[in-house]
Design a binder for this molecule. Sequence first.
Ligand code: FAD
Length: 470
Amino acid sequence: SLAIVWFRRDLRLADNPALCAACAAHERVLPLYIHAPQEERDWAPGAASRWWLHHALDALRASLHVHHAELHLRQGDSERILAALIKATGAEAVYWNRLYEPAAVARDTRIKQVLREQGVAAHSFNGALWREPWQVETKTGDPYRVFTPFWRNLRTMIDGSEPLPVPQPLRGATVDGGVTLESLELLPRIRWDTGMAEAWTPGERGAQEMLELFADDAVNDYAEGRDIPSRHGTSRLSPHLHFGEVSPRQIQAGLHRLLSGRTGRPTDVEPFLRELGWREFAHHLMFHFPETHTANFNPKFDGFPWAAADEALIERWQRGCTGIPLVDAGMRELWHTGWMHNRVRMVVASFLTKNLRQHWHHGARWFWDTLVDADLPNNSLGWQWVAGCGADAAPYFRVFNPVSQSQKFDPKGEYLARWLPELAGAVPALRHEPWKDPSLLRRSGYPAPMVDLGESRAAALAAYGTLQGR
Ligand code: FAD
């Protein structure tokens, strides 16, 4: 018998529950990827994600080759393509790992029903999370809205179980009518992707290498190192996690294996696992409150007096030309590598939503297009958290001061110098506040601040004041 394994954002062979189950129950499997960005409605992958997807699919294709199997690529309407392939191959079942974004949930539910009506079995699995969003609930059976109790509960359910191996043998089926990877046109026509290519190796192997690099060094000092943007102090696994090239279970087991042979003080991986818990929390929220990518989680903010959308202001922010060094360094890192350090993400988001008082939607959209790890649950949670309107969010009146943030977390101005070559020659103290030396601005061409940080902060707090008592 033959089954279709429908790959989506689970682009790996190891620890892939859908693939394992299909291989165990059927003689042959057809590995399938359908490119259907229209099915993600308003949140079709942005340019940086498409770049990643191209290389991730290429890597999956190569891994399958090693097992003498072919990745069958299609483009179009998932339901129709599945129906055609079932007809052409006589497949008895379709297997996939679940997604949690509202558009994907609606599509998958519909497809499952249609398949069952046609007498074709449809099996879906959890390949992305430690626990399904509906498995973690409060004592009264409700979803969580606050992270700490959510994590406390989820943590008790994480048992450190072993990841699944790559199924052996993996007997792949083939069928005519596939398209080439190149025909999906995921890569940019104008090659702006060299910085991303230098920074990343998409695919399952790239994810394992990133994990090993993290275990070798950064994880030891994660609790402090994770806040220092000049260091490789975090795992940089976010795009690999988004595309399912690695699972939380593999990360946990991999760290355990890599660290267990070490001598010396044992490494405390809990602070790192807790961050992965934020990812689970974001998925939990998106599943239970599916509007969180557009609607304020806290409806009080529906009446917030955002400033009118100002294209010119937003563009200066996007291009990293605000005249505020930490903001500009972050936005340029994002543009160049498709990634930005978490602390800097918080600072640039605070600057846009508070100092410029632009709606968080503008920032979320720009991140969507430029991040290689753009992820609807995590991005929505991140923006709403900073803007103050999210679940368990930072209070709105917490306005990050980009100058004291860079003085504290980048005291020597190394991160600033790396991304702002105009300021690299200045002494560290001036890299944080270049406006203190007008001749430096003249010589370097670095812009003067587009807003006064103190005045814009006061205006943001006054705007927030209008919400009080609502
Ligand atoms: P590590 O510190 O090594 O963490 C390990 C993993 O835990 C990450 O890969 C990620 O999957 C998860 N994680 C860590 N922090 C968070 C968090 N705050 N929320 C949810 N998951 C987290 N993350 C994305 O993956 N995609 C996004 O689109 C995204 N947009 C963001 C937007 C804003 C405004 C903010 C403030 C944060 C955003 N984040 C997003 C969260 C976080 O910045 C990144 O996950 C992290 O910087 C990725 O780097 P890392 O893999 O080295 O993280």
